[in-house]
Structures are given as C-alpha cells and as structure tokens.
Design a protein around this ligand. Sequence first.
Ligand code: SF4
Ligand code: SF4
Length: 384
Amino acid sequence: MILDIIKLKLSFIYKIVNIVTTFLKTNKRIKKTKLTFMFVKKFANNWVKFKFRKRLDLEPVFAMYLITKKCNFRCTYCYAESNKRISAVSPKDLNTTDTFKLIEIIRKDVSHIYFTGGEPLLRKDIIPVLKYCRDLDYDVLALTTNGSLLPKYEKIIDYLDFLTISIDSFDEKKNDQISGVKSGTTKKIKEIIKEYAELQKHHKFTLLLNTVITPINIQDTYAIMDFCFERNIGLSVIGQMSDFKPIDFLRTSPEYMKLVSDIIEYNKKGYPVLGMPSYNKSLLTFERHRCFPTLIPTIYPNGDLLYPCEVLNKRRYNLLEIGSISDANMMGLAEVGYKIDCPGQCYLPCYISASCFMEKPFSAIKQGIRLKMGNCYNKRSEAS
Ligand code: SF4
Ligand code: SF4
C-alpha cells in the first residue's frame, strides 16, 4: 500500500517535471522566434525609413567585435596586427570584466554578434565571453578563426551558431606561405576542419570556410569548393584587398572572373555558397554599391566604435563611456553627417550583405531564413 502511494507520488512528480521541461523548451523556442522576428522587423524598419523617408538614422542590425587584434599568423594580405601601420595604433584588449560590460552594452542594440580579430582564440577568456553572450540572450553568435587553436577550445561549439575557419588553399606548402606560418600548420588545420565538419552532425553550429582569393590561389579555390560541397560546409569567398580596396590583378584577371562566374553558378544552383547570387556578384566583381555602414557597427578591442566604418574611421566613440551603439551612431551622424563620400570603395562581406538587404530585402530575408535554419547547406543532392 505504502509502496503504491510512493509510486503514485513519484509518477505525479515525474509528470510535473515533464510539463515544466516542455514549457521551458517551448518558452526557449518562443524567445528565439521573437528574437528572429525582431531582427527582421528592424531590417524592415530601416528599409522603410530609408526608402520612403530618406532617413539615415538607421538602427544597427549586428555588431562586428574585433575582440583582439593579436594574431599568431602573418597572412600576406592581412591588415590586422601583422600589418605594422595598423599595429602601431592598435588598441589594447579589454580585461574580462570590461569585455562583459561591453557585450552588455552591445546587446542593448543588437542580438547578433560576430567575433573576429586578429585571432579571437588568443583571448584566453573566449569561452566565458561566449557563455556570457548566451546568458544575455544573444540570438546569433558567430566567430571567425584561423583554426590553429581550436583543439584548445573545442567547447566553443556549444555556444556558437556559426564557426568560420579561414583557409586559402589545400596545397599545404602554399597555404603555409600565404599564412606566414611554420611548415606543417596547414596540414593540422585541414585535419581540424574535417573534425569540425563531422562535429556539425551532432552539434547545432554551422561550419563555414572562408577563402581569400589572391593571384596565387585562384585554381585552388575549386578544390575548396568540392571539399565544402561534399561535406555540407558553407563557403564564403572574398577577393584580396590592399588598403581595403580590391587589388588590380583581380579586376583584370580572366582566370579570376571565370572562377567568380562558376561560384555564382553554384550559388544559384543551391550549393552551400554563403549569401545570395547578387551578393556574391557585388562582392566578387567589385560592383559599385551603396553602403550602409552604420547598420553593422565595427567595434575595436578596447570598445571603440569606428564611425561610420573601420575604413573611413572618421570618429571613434568608446562604448564603455558612451553607453550604447545607437548613441554613438547619433553622435557620429551629428558630427560627421552621413555624407561620407564613399562610392562603395571597399568590398567587405558584411557591408555588402547590408547593402544587398537594403536593395533586395525580400531575397535577403529568404536567404537569411535559409541560413538560420541551416538548410541552405543541404542542397548538394538537389543541385547535382
Ligand atoms: S589569420 Fe586573420 S588576423 Fe591573422 S594574420 Fe591572417 S588574416 Fe590576419
Ligand atoms: S564601402 Fe567601405 S569605406 Fe565605404 S562606407 Fe562602406 S565600409 Fe566604409
């Protein structure tokens, strides 16, 4: 009799725990859907504001946070810490407490944050920082790395939505040279990429490879494409730039233009090439575009927001002092104005994506939803 009562009570407790867990799970999903909806709404508001009212005080949609400018690679084309001109003015990294404060401030305006650098995994506190972002209900967390330190920080995939690993060629000797690293580094990175491609199957993150096309790796990009398409890895490509402008060689190279048209074709067929075809066309053929840099604030390691963008860098506002991205943007608008005299001179992927959204909002929303659902990376069988 007593045993029956205990069993009954236990089954009652079990049912209650189940109901609460289901509620919490559903609640989490509701929260996620709400955040996605707010993100799309923000883009739509910006579009209406600009299109119909010609207003330029647009709301930021995601933040690029260069969490450190330090890097353990020395890529030939890099402008970060390895470039002496930039490193001379590179700000210091924040400590963990101030980094937490900074990401709280960023969260007031955006729910998407993209960690880049330098090499973000040189920050020993990267896991607590990402974890804190999750505690703050960031909706989308993305991080780009050269991959070399991933074995030390495998746990990052528990927090990330998108993990991007940079590699420019599978020719190990060549890639070691491009990256300015000791022989054997690319060999290890290739193994790491394979491992993370597998991990994708059991974790929620999406893996992307990022390739910078330079005069010496044009043909190698085909092997990277094949590799990505085989394993449902997203591919993001960009042409080499010098001082933020595309190098002349690419503008005039038939070999490069052929590669670009092939990439766009794959993109149209639904292979896992990041972005929509018009985005890749603007990005890779260096089409003139109208840029909306304040939609994607660039934040330096010390918390400085560069207004209107990293390239023009007309003003710097430290977010730890100013308190919000919107306030910093409003100060920039008041002090510099939006007439920034830029005919779309640089081809940085995030600015091009914002530009595409403002020009082709419906295609961009469609692409964004596919990307978020991860199913633009499962098209190989349909496409072939
Ligand atoms: S890995 Fe990135 S930050 Fe480091 S040197 Fe290369 S391009 Fe620059
Ligand atoms: S095109 Fe480049 S330089 Fe011009 S506003 Fe946009 S990000 Fe800045």
